[in-house]
Design a protein around this ligand. Structure first.
Ligand SMILES: [Zn+2]
Length: 410
């Protein structure tokens, strides 16, 4: 069966009768993402809602006020997935999410054009393609593609778009001798007896079940956005067509504007500025590290030279690094002191690190209470606790606990 959407890909409203409605638990697949579904599969006499096929995702839309979340083709039927059932025999007004459909048409016809040019003019056949939620790609039967070729292909495709070449659909029977001339790329697996051939002027002929633009000018523009290694021996060439190009540019400009405000300089300087910032941050971190180690040295000497000697050391330092804490522990390990060092995680100010060490009697008396107050995760090992603090909210209580304990201990 040739669906209404395949006869006229620009039809946005249509009325048809419900012929079947069955319960289903088949999942919904949205750009490769699978989610569970429980509802109904509705079959209509005919449909303008495209069922997924030929690499093109399904349409979404409405049957009267009932939302259609997915359309799948089974044999020569289109199954419309709805949450509520529809009565068999009723006439329903079909409506289509046109922005989504037109986007798919732009990407799909753009893919036909791109594949045709890259094969004809650069001898690189397309083995499959993917239409994603944001980006699409064609899979090329090659391990690499030259940067020069990418530029030439993009220019050539845009030149053909400017020439506003008509895109036409030809229907023929499966035994039609014309079929031999057309490529088989994109042909649905459960091939129907009526075959559709999509023709782009004299440039390309391809069997395909998808919905297409009627003129290359409707693609507006095509932008090749990069390559990535594909499956074994293949390369994926990523592309955007039409509204996706302008949409991406709009988002890039918004990000650029935000960066201009943050970096207080024009976009051409951004790379240089960010690189400088990263370098400065590295130097600042190194300097902080050195200062902290000097500070640790200072703190150690202060404790060692104090008279009378303190019974404990409690340090809560936001900017303390593991190196700082280790230096303190090492410097004071032979002083017979109780030590509790608390520091913050750099990106999670509520979380941190705890070190508890010292005479067993004090560790036994305080250890569990401290780790409970700070939601500590870890265990005492060889008389030392080193672990994560899940919540530093209790750090002042912790300080008080230690103070009180030692003021009552001889
Ligand atoms: Zn196709």
């Amino acid at each position: 069966m040739v669906f209404k959407c395949q006869e006229d890909s620009f039809l946005k409203e249509f009325t048809s009768k419900v012929v079947k409605c069955e319960e289903t638990k088949e999942p919904i697949v949205e750009y490769g993402k699978v989610s569970t579904f429980q509802g109904y599969q509705v079959t209509l006499e005919n449909t303008i809602l495209f069922p997924a096929g030929g690499g093109q995702p399904h349409d979404i839309g409405w049957l009267n006020n009932t939302e259609v979340l997915q359309v799948l083709r089974k044999g020569d039927e289109a199954l419309h997935f709805t949450r509520e059932p529809l009565d068999v025999g009723t006439e329903v007004a079909q409506q289509i999410d046109w922005a989504r459909r037109f986007d798919h048409m732009q990407q799909h016809s753009g893919q036909h054009l791109l594949s045709a040019i890259i094969e004809k003019e650069h001898n690189l056949p397309t083995t499959s393609w993917w239409l994603g939620a944001e980006e699409s790609y064609i899979e090329l039967d090659s391990t690499s593609i030259k940067g020069d070729s990418i530029k030439l292909v993009e220019e050539r495709c845009n030149e053909l778009i400017r020439m506003a070449i008509p895109v036409t659909v030809k229907f023929c029977k499966a035994n039609d001798p014309d079929l031999d001339e057309a490529h088989t790329r994109g042909l649905p697996k459960d091939c129907m007896d009526t075959i559709r051939i999509i023709r782009i002027g004299e440039i390309d002929e391809n069997m395909c079940c998808g919905t297409h633009v009627t003129n290359l000018s409707q693609l507006q523009t095509i932008k090749l956005i990069g390559v990535e290694p594909g499956k074994k021996g293949k390369t994926n060439l990523k592309f955007l067509v039409g509204n996706r190009v302008t949409g991406t540019l709009r988002r890039m400009l918004q990000r650029e504007k935000a960066l201009v405000a943050l970096l207080k300089n024009e976009p051409s300087k951004h790379e240089e500025l960010v690189s400088k910032l990263q370098k400065n941050l590295k130097t600042a971190n190194k300097n902080l590290q050195n200062v902290l180690l000097e500070l640790a040295e200072h703190a150690i000497n202060k404790v060692k030279s104090a008279s009378p000697k303190p019974k404990y050391v409690f340090i809560y330092k936001k900017e303390a690094t593991p190196e700082f804490n280790r230096a303190i522990c090492k410097g004071l390990e032979n002083e017979g002191l109780f030590m509790c060092l608390v520091s913050e995680e750099p990106d999670k100010p509520k979380e941190g690190q705890i070190i508890i060490q010292g005479p067993e009697i004090h560790c036994n008396a305080l250890g569990q209470q401290i780790t409970e107050l700070l939601k500590g995760k870890g265990a005492f090992q060889n008389g030392k606790f080193q672990g994560k603090a899940g919540d530093l909210g209790g750090v002042n209580k912790c300080k008080k606990l230690i103070e009180d304990y030692f003021s009552n201990t001889q």
